[in-house]
Write a protein that binds this ligand. Structure first.
Ligand code: M6R
Length: 357
């Protein structure tokens, strides 16, 4: 039930600190060690390449997950949109492992790839919110998201849960390989939980940002570099699916290769700046669009903020900043849709799970 919330989406956004706590609890044993089935760890650790396959928001979580798997577990990883992969399969490595990410576990596009992967004799792991779902039953292994039922069509808490589970998985595989990631994942996720709580408590500020930047606009652009690019893709999807504002996410450096032609006086640009290595370059990209009249909404992270940033998220480990920055974008999208009179929980033309190819 929605309880005191006006919409499931808002409720599910607010549930995210609790979801993080559930994940921390479910993926730890009594001694506080990370807990994942040995058979899963072995299959990931033995794979020479990982193929993450998913759709929509789950695909965006996969993009973030790839960074953990490559940087921490050091297994080469590709991320694919399921509906493309099925018709245009890359040359597979000798010992591939497929990871399907799906909130519902019922997405037909992803299932088509799973069927093909099994036909070819490959191992598959499904990361899903729904135990007993089709993708879970048909894969060799399952990791559960522990996010609780997600009712709103726009996925929110499943995305953050997917990223948290992928982070834990990558850390466990790194441990199995005796690789020191330099990251103590449980305390870092605890920090993330606190940061998400601070942001949901700041919802009125997000509502104001939605008013200032998105109330009447036709379109909006999201830019970021590295991890922030992936979060921008998710922010744009969230905004377009519930508010019907035409929104696109771009890599900060790619804008000048064409898209910048779309910038007009007042065009909102949401720029994410949570990554130290690219902080100056993304700010350079913001200057480029401001010079063409854009209205910049800059979301940065403590320690990297500049004067006049629109919102500064609490400091967390840079690799985990997507878990926090996305919550600002979820809330901004929610309020933008609300103010524009849209049916937030049931946007037009969409179903919660897409069971046709
Ligand atoms: O259940 P799944 O995670 O497999 O669903 C994948 C997409 O259909 C889903 O994420 C969709 O993009 C959402 N409406 C996004 O909010």
């Amino acid at each position: 039930e929605k309880g005191t919330y006006d919409h499931y989406m808002l409720k599910e956004i607010h549930e995210q600190p609790g979801v993080m706590r559930n994940i921390i609890q479910n993926y730890q044993d009594e001694e506080g060690n990370l807990k994942i089935d040995k058979a899963i760890i072995d299959d990931v650790a033995q794979a020479d390449r990982i193929y993450i396959v998913a759709c929509g928001t789950s695909y965006h979580a996969g993009l973030v997950g790839k960074e953990f798997i490559e940087k921490w577990a050091e297994v080469p990883t590709e991320v694919h949109v399921a509906s493309e992969f099925v018709y245009n399969m890359p040359i597979l490595s000798k010992k591939p492992l497929f990871i399907f990410i799906s909130q519902s576990g019922e997405t037909a596009d992803s299932r088509a790839v799973l069927v093909e992967a099994k036909r070819l004799g490959h191992k598959a792991l499904t990361i899903t919110n729904v135990p007993g779902s089709t993708l879970s039953r048909e894969a060799d292994h399952t990791l559960i998201l522990h996010a609780g039922p997600e009712i709103a069509v726009a996925s929110t808490k499943a995305y953050t849960a997917q990223i948290a589970v992928l982070a834990i998985l990558s850390q466990v595989v790194a441990n199995a390989h005796n690789k020191n990631t330099g990251v103590d994942i449980i305390p870092e996720l605890a920090k993330v939980t606190t940061a998400i709580t601070a942001i949901v408590d700041d919802a009125p500020k997000m509502e104001q940002i939605a008013k200032d930047f998105l109330e009447t606009t036709r379109n909006a652009f999201f830019i970021g570099r590295t991890m922030d690019y992936y979060v921008g893709l998710e922010g744009a999807l969230k905004l377009k699916e519930i508010s019907y504002i035409q929104a696109e996410g771009f890599a900060g450096g790619e804008l000048k290769h064409g898209t910048i032609a779309l910038i007009e006086e007042g065009t909102p640009i949401v720029a994410l700046a949570t990554q130290e290595k690219v902080n100056l370059s993304i700010r350079g990209n913001v200057k480029e669009v401001v010079a063409r009249g854009a209205n910049p909404c800059i979301i940065s992270m403590e320690g990297l903020e500049h004067d006049h940033d629109t919102y500064v998220i609490p400091h967390v480990h840079e690799m985990l900043s997507p878990l926090v920055s996305v919550v600002t974008l979820q809330l901004i999208s929610y309020y933008a849709a609300l103010h524009r009179g849209c049916d937030v929980d049931k946007p037009r033309n969409l179903a919660k799970s897409v069971t046709v190819e």
